[in-house]
Design a protein around this ligand. Sequence first.
Ligand code: NI
Length: 413
Amino acid sequence: MKILLKNALILRDVRSEPEISDVLVKDGRIAAMGNLKGLIADEVYDMSGRLVMPGFVNAHTHAAMTLMRGLAEDLRLREWLTEKIFPIEEKLTEEDVYYGTMLAQLEMARRGVVAYADMYFHCDAVARAALDFGMKVLITRGLVDLDSDKGRLRQNIEYYERWNDRDGLIKVGFGPHAPYSCSTSYIDEIARVALDLEAPVMIHLYETAEEKYELRDLLETSLKYCKVLFAHCVHVKDEDIRLLAQENFFVVHNPTSNLKLGSGIAPVQKFLAAGVQVCLGTDGAASNNSLDVWHEMRLASLLQKLYDPRNISAEQALCMTIEQGAKAVGLTEGRIQVGADADLIVVDIDRPWYVPRSQIKNHIVHAGSSSDVFATMIKGRWVYYDGEYPTVDAEHVYKKCEEAIRRLTGTTS
Ligand code: NI
């Protein structure tokens, strides 16, 4: 299968400047770039007036929480969790998680996301939803040991055995929920399993000011040697920031969720200054309430400009959202180059806010929005194209989600 995108303005990677080029996609990968006049393909698309760029990566979310979007507003994290979220999550079935995840993928694809990192449960459903839709996902099973439920780690290992590397779309990692819900010894046990399988770990870290534990203690476990995605990191002590500056560590900044739950603003500029690798996530739709990484990118830049307008250039913001996100999640290259999977988005730049064209990267971060996404391709397959979802029946997904929400909340209308 050969797909030819003609006459597009191409942003090959976040560090280069856009240029006019054709792109040939063959069997899921970028096969050629440049002037490909006269080349025959199965499908040809004229992309004049459009920008083709690497897709965004949502490096921390709980996809199926789309089912709880808008149900738990104006609360602090603890009340949000215990009063609203946990009672509903107790009732979630495998099928609910499948459709909730599918709903999340519909939204993410439409907003230009090609890969995401998930932490949830009923992970077979997450895997099936990703394969059915054609989206890339790093799956982690949320693990806690407050209830001594060690069976969940076994379950996470089984998910790894069943789904890791499936169709080039799925990686499975491990999801110790947080240092306040997992003991240090349990985190060490999980980390040793992850190291053995060369699988990444995702963990919430210092989301709120109430969390009392020592990062040093955590890094005395085997976690120090794992590839780790630390979500939030709002309240990392200044003297501890350098501990996160390791090649195998990533901080996932979730600015909207942190603001909406009143958790605070992560010291992103300090992280960057210390050499910490920072990428972006939305967190779940119950605390965001959208899965719009494009929006997070702009917010991340603006929040740091509050302290100094020289903080977080457009290129740095794009780097967090695409390049670092790709490195953290590990399923996509974060660049359009020959040999890489064709994970790309098409942005309609035939709009007033993309003029002048000479400053396109600044416009993407500070003037554009995810509603400018015209199409999203993952591994050479369109998963969103001009209002349509070629791989799934979106109406059916909406209907199943509405049914699930009515059952979960006990409403009949
Ligand atoms: Ni989270």
